[in-house]
Design a binder for this molecule. Structure first.
Ligand code: 13P
Length: 255
């Protein structure tokens, strides 16, 4: 059964507040009447609430770029899953490689974040995995991907009404302009799918999981991903900052 495809814009920390709001308005205009698949925009925390209000009654969905791994408490500076829901988020990126690199986030934290997010009805985690360049060169990719999945999701019981998006983002392809070859993406997605089948069973994977690709996606290479059967969508960084370019990518993948 074909899954409802999804495209996710990750704006990272690349815009000011004013620019974020301006961009969100442009997205709203551009995607007016667009009804294919799901389109999710992930702006910085500080503008989520306002953009959430702007996107109300549009087809655009809101996502956050991170979340904390506890429900509430004395955690200065952190944002809970419930707050994200209140701000209008339906998605949240968890364990992006930039957070693993610059904030030393590890898979124990990522696991806990996924659990807390799944506790909130209406909020779906986008769990990032992906090998480093060195791991790819030394043939460790398959092991790394399965290991990351097990650490992030192992032992979690996925209920009927819960959804999980796994984002395969090879670290060497992020922001490098070096998108993966379609055949390599297809292979990695197959490994991820098989590992998920082992962990959760085929029925749950078919119904509750989507696997998306991220890393240097543009309107020029989107077609090569759209043609692959086991790619359920895309996570786009740099190219999502240009509404026209992102719209082209969305049209390319959500057919
Ligand atoms: P780029 O599309 O800029 O390579 O970034 C990908 C990414 O990190 C999305 O989360």
């Amino acid at each position: 059964m074909a899954k409802n495809k999804i495209i996710i814009a990750n704006w990272k920390m690349k815009l000011t507040l004013a620019e974020s709001l301006e961009k969100a308005k442009k997205f709203k205009e551009k995607f007016k009447g667009f009804s294919r698949g799901e389109v999710v925009v992930c702006p910085p925390f500080i503008v989520l609430d306002e953009i959430g209000r702007l996107f109300k009654k549009t087809g655009l969905k809101l996502g956050a770029q991170d979340v904390f791994f506890e429900e509430s408490g004395a955690y200065t500076g952190e944002i809970s899953p419930k707050m994200l829901l209140e701000a209008g988020c339906q998605y949240v990126i968890i364990g992006h490689s930039e957070r693993r690199r610059f904030l030393l986030e590890n898979y124990a934290m990522i696991h806990q974040k996924v659990k807390e997010v799944l506790n909130i009805v209406g909020l779906t985690p986008i769990v990032c995995i992906g090998e480093e360049s060195e791991e790819r060169k030394t043939d460790k990719r398959d092991f790394v991907l399965v290991d990351q999945l097990q650490q992030a999701l192992g032992g979690i019981n996925i209920m009927e009404n819960q959804q999980v998006v796994v984002a395969y983002e090879p670290v060497w392809a992020i922001g490098s302009g070096l998108a993966i070859e379609p055949s390599e993406a297809e292979y990695a997605h197959k490994i991820i799918g098989l590992a998920l089948n082992d962990m959760f069973g085929l029925g749950v994977v078919n119904k509750n999981f989507r696997i998306v690709y991220g890393g240097s996606v543009t309107s020029k290479n989107v077609k090569s991903f759209a043609d692959l059967e086991n790619i359920d969508g895309l996570l786009v960084g740099g190219a999502s900052l240009d509404p026209e370019e992102f719209y082209k990518i969305a049209k390319g993948i959500l057919r």
